[in-house]
Structures are given as structure tokens and as C-alpha cells.
Design a protein around this ligand. Structure first.
Ligand SMILES: Cc1ncc(COP(=O)(O)O)c(C=O)c1O
Length: 423
């Protein structure tokens, strides 16, 4: 674990412990009677009365005062914390060697988790393609990034074994794996067998797994979805190698900035110290609002609502892909999240051209000129490369615009094919 200025995890923990009530006067705490907000009322969509039903939520002064009082040097509200998610979804009970902390979105938590675990120049194994937002964190640390490729069944664990056998990380450096559950951009899911192999590798080669999963509730694949690393490790010979990241950004509000990390207590306490130093604590006001909504909806209410919405969007997008890009692109329909990841077939079959081509110019220039916005696949690889893959989001557009966008993309691909044939 990254060493922070000689301070032990225990001393960090005791120095950030909440003082008992009788000592609070020593802290120069603002009297919340002077704060202006005494109650708050807002409407939320009611999952029991879709699509237009609304329910009114009211927060009284007592509930709000928890969120508006002077920050304590701990990361989260005493109540709620992870809203019972880890127990509900992953069957992990309290007292099984893990705890939870809250941050300003899962990005904040990943940043702090990585900085708690890694020193500059350490090795990180990254599933590729990968969410580009984590690459900046690893670049900032000057980490040595080793790409582990993925296919329709998620991370290629056998490839990871080979990389580890070659032993680049068996130097003085420590290693972590960024192992998302459902890949952004690809939307595919790693199978249980592969996850178990990765867990075995983490013990054999002594690394931590960062389970980055903000799309946890946006799942619309088969009902028997594979268990998460965090759930699987419970039955392993040892626990404490998985640091899991969840978020409310995809389900409640990206602007509330509520994300949380679950994992071994010593690591989370170092992350809390980081929060205490940087911004005292993540906004408790956001947590009060989120807790109110979740208590009203119940966990099942809000996940069912969100997953159903995105499943329909995915189906609309896939139908338009079939209409316009069948034979011109290849894809596996995503089982979760909000992205379609597809490979453009830029050469006609039998053209003799071996190279698959590159989507970079086509997507960033030609498609943009036609009003079609997507991201070229190269954005999602740690190391520069040419790739014919593209990531398109299906979360926002209505059906007619999806249809029009993919019709235009079809024209672009046909033109590129024609030019490749001439050239
Ligand atoms: C895979 C992945 N991890 C983390 C994040 C960060 O999410 P948050 O809004 O909770 O910070 C995102 C955002 O899109 C993401 O796609």
C-alpha cells in the first residue's frame, strides 16, 4: 500500500475519529440555526406510476442539519452510507473484512484508491479498451500501463497470466488491476470463470483488483448475471484484494456527485485521510438527498426503472444498426450501460486489403461533418493504435434521430469503402 508520510493507518484513523458530543464546542462549529435552509421539498419520478407519475419528498430541518453542519473529518453520513447496496447485491455482510466510504462520484474514489495503493512508476494492468477517465489517473502517476485485452467474454485472463508470467511487475514495483465489471466502452461482461482466474492471479502475484462499476444498476442482460469480484472473493482462501467502486451518477443524478468505495478498512481509511486533506469531506447535503430518494424508492424500485429504460434504448439502437450497418459493421449487443461498441468493416469482402483500417479520421472528421457524433475506438486504449472500432452512446437520442444518425454513418462507410477500392 502507498505509504503516506510515515503516518500509520492506525494513527490516521484515530486522528480522524469523530469527537464525542461533549467535545464538539472545542471545534469552532457554526451554529446551524444561522443557516438559511429549514426544509426542502422536491418531486421525484415515481417508479410505481411510470412514465409521468411523481412523488413529493420533503426534508425537514433535523434531516437537513446533518448535511449542513460543519464537516467532520470523516467521509460520510453516519446513517445510510452505501444504502445497503453491498449486502443487497453482493451478499457481503458487515464484519467480513470490508467497509465503505463515500466520495464526490466514483471518479473521486478511484483517484483516491489508486493513490492509496500505488506509488509513482508502479505497474498497472488495465483491461483494454477501457474507460478513458482512469487513464489520466494512471498517467498522472507515471504508472507503467500493461494492457490486457478483452473479447466478448470480458477480460482475457489467460493473457493476463502470460503477462504476469513474463514477470515485468516482479520487480520492486507493486501492481494493481483496473478490472471493470461491465466495460465502458464495450458493454460486455466478464464471465465467472475468468473472474475466478483473475482472483487467483491476484493472490499468486499479489495485486489488488479495482472493480469499477458505475453501471451496476444499468444491467439488462440474462437474469443469471455473473457475480462481481467483490462477491466472489468472499468464498476465496483470503479476502481483502478487491476495492469496489459504485456510483449514483447513472441512476439518481450525476450532479449530486455521490460515489462510494467498498473494500479493506486500512485502504479506505487512507482514502478518508485524502478526503479530509483535500475537501474535508464530500458534500453531505447530496448524501441526505440521495438517501431520501433511495429510502422512498427502495433499491429495487430505482434499479428496475433505470434498467428498463436503457434496455429499450439499446433495442432501438440495435434495430437501427441492423437496418443500416448490417454487413458494414460487427458488434455484440451490450448487456449493460449506455454504449454500443462496434467495428466498422472499412474494406469490401475479398478486397485483398489486410489492414482493418482506422476509425479516427472517419469519426472525428467525416462523420462530424455529417452531424454524427461518436468516439473513435483509439480513445479507449492506453497506448496509441489504429483501430476500426467506434463507441456510440444510446442514452439520449430519440428513435428518429438514432435512425438518421446511423443512416448517415452508413453513407460514410460506403464512401470510405469506395475510396479504399480505388486507392
Ligand atoms: C467506467 C466508469 N467509471 C467511473 C466513472 C465516473 O463516474 P462518476 O460520475 O461516479 O464519477 C465513469 C463515468 O462515466 C465510468 O464510465
Amino acid at each position: 500500500m502507498r505509504r503516506s508520510g510515515g503516518e500509520t493507518v492506525e494513527s490516521v484513523h484515530s486522528s480522524t475519529r469523530t469527537p464525542s458530543r461533549s467535545h464538539l464546542a472545542a471545534r469552532g462549529e457554526t451554529n446551524s440555526e444561522t443557516f438559511p435552509i429549514t426544509s426542502m421539498q422536491f418531486n421525484i419520478r415515481d417508479p410505481l406510476q411510470p412514465p409521468n407519475g411523481e412523488a413529493t419528498m420533503r426534508l425537514i430541518e433535523e434531516e437537513l442539519s446533518v448535511g449542513s453542519s460543519t464537516p467532520l473529518a470523516t467521509a460520510c453520513l453516519p446513517a445510510g452510507v452505501d444504502f445497503g447496496l453491498q449486502e443487497h447485491l453482493h451478499g457481503r455482510r458487515k464484519g467480513e473484512g470490508w467497509t465503505v466510504t463515500i466520495g464526490a462520484g466514483s471518479q473521486d474514489m478511484i483517484y483516491k484508491g489508486v493513490n492509496a495503493l500505488m506509488n509513482p512508476g508502479d505497474v498497472v494492468l488495465v483491461e483494454a479498451p477501457v474507460y478513458a477517465g482512469v487513464l489520466t489517473i494512471f498517467h498522472e502517476l507515471n504508472a507503467e500501463i500493461l494492457e490486457v485485452n478483452t473479447d466478448g467474454n470480458g477480460v482475457c485472463s489467460h493473457r493476463m497470466r502470460e503477462i504476469l508470467r513474463i514477470g515485468r511487475h516482479q520487480t520492486e514495483t507493486e501492481a494493481v488491476l483496473h478490472g471493470p465489471v461491465r466495460l465502458n466502452p464495450t458493454g460486455s461482461t466478464t464471465t465467472s470463470e475468468r473472474r475466478l482466474e483473475v482472483l487467483a492471479l491476484s493472490r499468486e502475484h499479489d495485486f489488488f483488483i479495482l472493480e469499477d462499476d458505475p453501471y451496476c444498476s444499468l444491467y439488462f442482460g440474462p437474469s443469471n448475471r455473473p457475480p462481481f469480484y467483490f462477491a466472489l472473493e468472499r468464498d476465496q482462501p483470503e479476502v481483502g484484494r478487491v476495492l469496489r467502486f459504485d456510483s449514483l451518477s447513472k441512476t439518481i443524478s450525476a450532479g449530486l456527485r455521490v460515489g462510494f468505495a467498498s473494500g479493506p478498512e486500512p485502504i479506505l481509511r487512507v482514502m478518508d485521510l485524502h478526503s479530509a486533506a483535500v475537501n474535508m469531506q464530500p458534500p453531505t447535503f447530496s448524501q441526505v438527498i440521495a438517501l431520501k430518494i433511495l429510502s422512498a424508492w427502495g433499491y429495487n424500485g430505482f434499479t428496475a426503472h433505470t434498467a428498463q429504460f436503457y434496455r429499450e434504448k439499446r433495442d432501438v439502437f440495435e434495430a437501427a444498426m441492423q437496418r443500416h450497418l448490417a454487413g458494414l459493421a460487427e458488434w455484440t449487443p451490450p448487456e449493460a450501460g449506455m454504449f454500443f461498441w462496434f467495428k466498422l468493416l472499412l474494406n469490401e469482402p475479398g478486397s485483398g486489403e489486410e489492414a482493418e483500417g482506422d476509425s479516427e479520421y472517419i469519426i472525428r472528421t467525416t462523420a462530424v461533418e455529417r452531424g454524427v457524433l461518436a468516439l473513435p475506438g483509439a480513445t479507449f486504449y492506453p497506448n496509441p493504435r489504429k483501430t476500426p472500432f467506434v463507441r456510440a452512446s444510446f442514452s439520449l437520442l430519440p428513435e428518429n434521430q438514432v435512425d438518421e444518425a446511423l443512416r448517415r454513418l452508413r453513407e460514410v462507410v460506403l464512401e470510405v469503402r469506395k475510396a479504399n477500392k480505388r486507392g
